[in-house]
Ligand binder design. Structure first.
Ligand code: ADP
Ligand code: MG
Length: 334
């Protein structure tokens, strides 16, 4: 039974970046205003996510690693319900702890005295005890896949694993300009955002000055009398890059729906169409766009792990997005 559980867990926690994603989401759910992520060897040796969120007492933290404890969302189509929390399965910690060594150090906000440290290994609580720590929560994951050698073999090089980790943390940093997010790899800082609530300065922290200074603002809403096309979105805002001075051979397209990172083939196509060949062959723009859908929308679905979003009215969605980006470029004479 344990073996089956480990294999199942290995399917969910595919690689270090999947664990990082779950831990960062938990920190956001805990209302953190700063989240510090540090990984060693691309996350294959260790992952540490520290936050200044709500924290947990001993009872909470014991419950947090139990199986099926706290499903915040039962349905994969949580966007339909307009739910603000991000977690899907209600057992991310338990699942990570089935294929790794998990150390949680935590103290509730405003609590006096010591916090709690809980160690969870191979699906079992190994120890629980008091620990001196600040308010908030630190989760450390080591020995990932120590008990699932088949899964461990699938890990790519440290560089590749870190690329995935970096992408995940970058997306959450961009989606949450009001949260100070930092990323460290092998003791070196990769980026850190200020959490000042300003998307442009967050783009600067994450992508650097060259990219940030050449961004073009997008701000489209289907106002009465405007020519903004019909479709599932009720607003598009963010930044896209200048096609000549600000392009990349790699894809840096970040789209969020109601603040949550999603991927979308249709969105990528619509954005590339808006640039209409101006980027040149094999070149991509930097894009950070928040797409808002009404809270009661029923025609949007996201696959829980892949984060791929689909709209019933895909044609309308693409028209809206292409128009918004095109209009922004036109305003700059492009
Ligand atoms: P879910 O997030 O779907 O509830 P998880 O296994 O990811 O499932 O987390 C279980 C529970 O542990 C959460 O519901 C939350 O109560 C608690 N928890 C996890 N991480 C944190 C954190 N960083 N800060 C405070 N509480 C946390
Ligand atoms: Mg969670």
């Amino acid at each position: 039974e344990r073996t089956v559980q480990r294999i199942a867990a290995g399917e969910v926690v595919e690689r270090p970046a999947s664990a990082v994603k779950e831990l960062v989401e938990n920190s956001l759910d805990a209302d953190a205003s700063r989240i510090d992520v540090a990984v060693e060897a691309g996350g294959t040796e260790s992952i540490r996510v520290r936050d200044d969120g709500q924290g947990m007492n001993e009872v909470d933290v014991r419950a947090a690693v139990r199986e099926h404890t706290t499903s915040k969302i039962d349905d994969v189509s949580d966007l339909e319900a307009g739910v603000a929390t991000l977690g899907f399965r209600g057992e991310a910690l338990h699942t990570i702890g089935a294929v790794a060594r998990l150390t949680i150090t935590t103290k509730p906000r405003g609590a006096e005295g010591a916090g709690t440290e809980l160690v969870f290994v191979d699906g079992e609580v190994e120890s629980v005890g008091p620990a001196g720590c600040p308010e908030g929560t630190t989760v450390e994951v080591t020995d990932l896949f120590f008990n699932t050698p088949a899964r461990k073999k699938y890990l790519k090089t440290e560089t590749t694993e870190f690329t995935h980790v970096n992408r995940v943390v970058t997306q959450y940093a961009l989606a949450n300009p009001d949260v100070a997010v930092s990323l460290e790899h092998d003791g070196r800082e990769v980026f850190s955002t200020t959490g000042q609530g300003d998307l442009q300065s967050t783009i600067l922290s994450v992508y650097g000055t060259d990219v940030a200074t050449n961004m073009i603002a997008v701000d489209a809403e289907p106002a009465v009398g405007s020519e903004f096309p019909e479709g599932p979105l009720d607003g598009i805002s963010g930044y896209v890059s200048h096609p000549e001075t600000n392009r990349s051979t790699r894809e840096y397209v970040s789209t969020f729906i109601n603040g949550r990172y999603v991927t979308s083939g249709a969105a990528r196509e619509a954005i590339m169409d808006a640039y209409d060949g101006q980027l040149g062959n094999g070149r991509y723009p930097f894009v950070v766009l928040d797409l808002s859908v009404p809270a009661d929308t029923v025609d949007v679905n996201v696959h829980p792990r892949k984060m791929e979003v689909r709209f019933d009215d895909e044609a309308g969605f693409k028209r809206q997005l292409e128009t918004a980006v095109e209009d922004a470029l036109l305003e700059h004479g492009l």
